[in-house]
Design a protein around this ligand. Structure first.
Ligand code: NOJ
Length: 743
């Protein structure tokens, strides 16, 4: 059979399989057969070509290490995937090269960092996670997938599921914060959102769990820095979101840049071969991070590209992103018998499997429909969805004076600050094809919300960075003349994301000084923060009674913020990462351990700082509402649990305030005596509920026996008999407690 006819038949078989989704197992078996039949036709050079990924040179998302003529390589069958190409026209052009001009006509797979939207930019993931709303988070990824797929893409390098306890690290904006339980739930929701139920559908894309693993633990929060964490901590803190992503069927994984315990993650057999592909039996594809195969030379564990390629492929890295090591060295390594061809076959099988699963062998242009692209890009329904996500991402930190929601009393609003009239910085980092011109910024959002009934006046005051105070006097004068001031301060979008670590986390530049001066006018101040990481807000907390953490909310930022300011939406966000008192307190996180010397006030020889509390300024789980929620007593259906039992927990929650609202009810446990030390509090459940004024709801949780287990360094799950404490509440300092025994 001629090769072209063979491929055509292959497409038809896939179509048949896709049409019979009820028989998923048979479909997978069929894919396996066809993967093998393609593999049998491939030369060694063609196989290695499938393991090579190149970036579009006009949109680099890293440093280009070497220059190759991409088009020549594609036509030579030396490229399996491209990144940073998007838009139907461009994707089609490269796809045609692969499909028409190579011997086996194998389509390319196109990937991009669709981290929080493709063009319709949604809140940064850290923000979105503060909604604690898994349906919303899943939907947000769905919206991004539909738009990205319409732009020719089949693969996103998201979700980033790195647990992070250090806000100096700029990449915290991409993740879900500090907790492994919540992080796992969010990882699964995002994977489901991107991939839907059918990866081969034209409006779903493959997800990628990254960065495997430990990247969130870079020393000092300095990006790309050394990581050394114990296997125990790796298992209990950093791996759970990755495992959850794998269980949710994530199509791909990405290696991390960092080393872990002396071995660069990209070359770590322990991480990839043993844990991911061994213990978890993962059959998806692993892509390196940008140049991370070649970086093993710089790490100092490989003396050249050949050694780097050998280490990476042995460890289980299937595709080399912009590292050029596989195409330059693997063939020789196999021919010399240094690398067994079976390792290459395993990697290529995974690449082909991905392409089959995506339906690319059915129709390599199935994501290339210009009409669909026009229809889906920035469509009204996407903007609506993003607005809902954005307002639910906002966290009300302070409302001591009851200024919010702003009411008719305020006839003139002074908008002050470098982020008030600033569409671009609302996008945040990793904003793909986002465009500031699509953004409703804070000024626009507020103006549209109030119409002509309230005077909105604006003064920038200062820049985000730098020490220029020349705008101060205009801003101060404006503050004097208005009924209320809304100050828009924070970070610009380049201050977080990759390569954006910082050691000073107070408001940058002279922003705090401007805030101090405006406060001195005596006009009430609402502080709106736009930033990509937890900031140091010690002065602000003490001196400003109204603080709203808005994060970077994307194209609908202004509308979402106006919804919250004027009470159209009652804020419900809860922090997913603790805010430190100062930089010296980092890392600070809620799930800490008691130590042998827990804190006792006024004692010297206990764990404490002389100049700072142990607790964060604002903890994980914290966030206010315009209304108040009261918790009744926690009821347990049993006091003693035997192996296999489930504990039923219920607690009445009443909205005792003046507004309808939503509450995130959180359940934590503490294992009082176990064979290894355990945290003082561990999240084991949460529910987001909506309560009308005066309404009570009994919130129920089921704590299964496995929720009380923990993992040991060798990966085994264990439990210990004894007493557990259980805490239920909506804020870390408002909790109801109960206890039970495990037998
Ligand atoms: C490097 C980043 O670490 C990774 O997250 C990203 O997906 C790649 N570059 C591609 O842009």
């Amino acid at each position: 059979m001629g090769k072209k006819r063979w491929i055509a038949q292959c497409f038809m078989l896939s179509a048949f399989v896709v049409g019979n989704m009820s028989c998923v197992f048979a479909a997978d078996a069929r894919i396996e057969e066809r993967v093998d039949s393609v593999l049998r036709l491939m030369t060694l050079t063609e196989k290695i070509g499938q393991m090579n990924q190149l970036s579009n040179k006009e949109d680099l998302t890293g440093q280009q290490l070497e220059y190759f003529d991409t088009e020549t390589l594609i036509r030579a069958g030396q490229v399996g995937s491209m990144l940073n190409v998007a838009g139907v026209e461009k994707v089609r052009r490269y796809q045609e090269m692969a499909v028409n001009d190579t011997r086996l006509h194998i389509p390319l797979v196109f990937g991009l960092d669709v981290v929080h939207g493709f063009r319709t930019i949604s809140p940064i993931p850290l923000a979105e996670s503060c909604s604690w709303n898994m349906d919303l988070i899943e939907h947000s990824a769905r919206v991004a997938a539909v738009e990205a797929a319409a732009a020719g893409l089949q693969w996103t390098f998201a979700p980033m599921v790195d647990i992070a306890r250090d806000p100096r690290w700029g990449r915290v904006m991409e993740g879900a914060g500090e907790d492994p339980f919540l992080g796992a739930a969010i990882a699964a929701a995002r994977v489901k959102g991107f991939q839907g139920d059918d990866l081969s559908a034209e409006n779903t894309i493959a997800a990628c769990a990254k960065h495997f693993v430990g990247y969130g633990a870079v020393e000092g929060g300095r990006d790309y820095n050394t990581v050394d964490i114990s296997t125990q901590r790796l298992r209990e803190l950093y791996l759970p979101p990755f495992e959850a992503a794998a269980r949710a069927g994530v199509a791909t994984f990405m290696n991390a840049f960092n080393e872990l315990m002396g071995i660069p993650a990209t070359g770590s057999t322990f991480l990839v071969r043993d844990i991911l592909k061994g213990e978890w039996n993962y059959d998806g594809m692993v892509v390196s991070d940008w140049g991370s195969v070649a970086e093993m030379i710089v790490h100092g564990v490989a003396c050249d590209k050949s050694e780097a390629a050998r280490l990476a492929v042995t460890a289980g890295c299937d595709m080399d992103m912009e590292g050029y090591c596989y195409v330059s060295a693997l063939e020789d390594l196999v021919r010399k018998g240094v690398v067994p061809e079976s390792l290459i076959d395993d990697a290529v099988r995974r690449v082909l499997r991905l392409k089959f699963r995506l339906g690319l062998f059915d129709d390599p242009y199935r994501y290339c429909d210009t009409e669909r692209e026009k229809r889906e890009t920035l469509s009204a329904d996407k903007r609506d969805a993003v607005r809902s996500v954005a307002r639910e991402s906002i966290v009300l930190l302070e409302n001591r004076e009851g200024i919010l929601p702003l009411n008719k009393r305020y006839k003139s609003i002074g908008l002050i600050g470098p982020l008030a009239d600033n569409p671009d910085d609302m996008l945040g980092s990793w904003c793909a094809w986002g465009d500031g011109r699509d953004v409703v910024d804070i000024r626009q959002g507020i103006e549209q919300a109030v119409g002509k009934s309230v005077a909105i006046r604006y003064a920038k005051g200062c820049e985000v960075e730098g020490d220029d105070r020349s705008g101060f006097s205009e801003a101060i004068q404006l503050a004097r003349e208005c009924d209320v001031v809304v100050m828009c301060l924070g970070e610009n979008r380049f201050m977080s994301g990759e390569g954006a670590s910082r050691t000073r986390l107070t408001l940058p530049g002279v922003q705090r000084e401007l805030l101090q001066k405006v406060k001195e006018t005596g006009t009430p101040v609402v502080l709106l923060l736009t930033n990509g990481r937890p900031l140091v807000l010690d002065w602000e907390k003490e001196n400003i009674g109204t603080i709203v953490e808005c994060w970077q909310l994307g194209v609908e930022a202004g509308n979402a913020i106006a919804d919250v300011l004027f009470g159209k939406y009652n804020p419900s966000g809860k922090l997913v990462m603790s805010f430190p008192h100062n930089e010296g307190q980092i890392p600070v996180y809620y799930n800490c351990k008691s130590t042998g010397r827990p804190y006792i006030p006024n004692e010297r020889y206990v764990t404490h700082y002389q100049d700072c509390p142990n607790e964060p300024l604002y903890s994980f789980g914290y966030g206010l509402s315009y209304t108040r929620f009261e918790y009744g007593d926690v009821a347990l259906d049993k006091d003693i649990l035997a192996e296999g039992d489930t504990l039923h927990v219920s607690v009445p929650v009443t909205n005792v305030g003046d507004y309808d609202g939503e509450e995130v009810v959180q359940l934590y446990i503490r294992d009082l005596c176990s064979r290894i030390t355990r945290p003082e509090k561990e999240l084991r459940g949460f529910k987001k509920i909506a309560l009308k004024r005066g309404e009570t709801q009994v919130v129920e949780f089921e704590v299964s026996f496995s929720d009380l287990e923990y993992v040991l360094a060798d990966g085994s799950r264990v439990w210990d008999p004894g007493t557990f404490e259980l805490f239920v509440g909506g804020n870390p300092d408002v909790v109801k407690k109960a206890s039970f025994e495990l037998k």
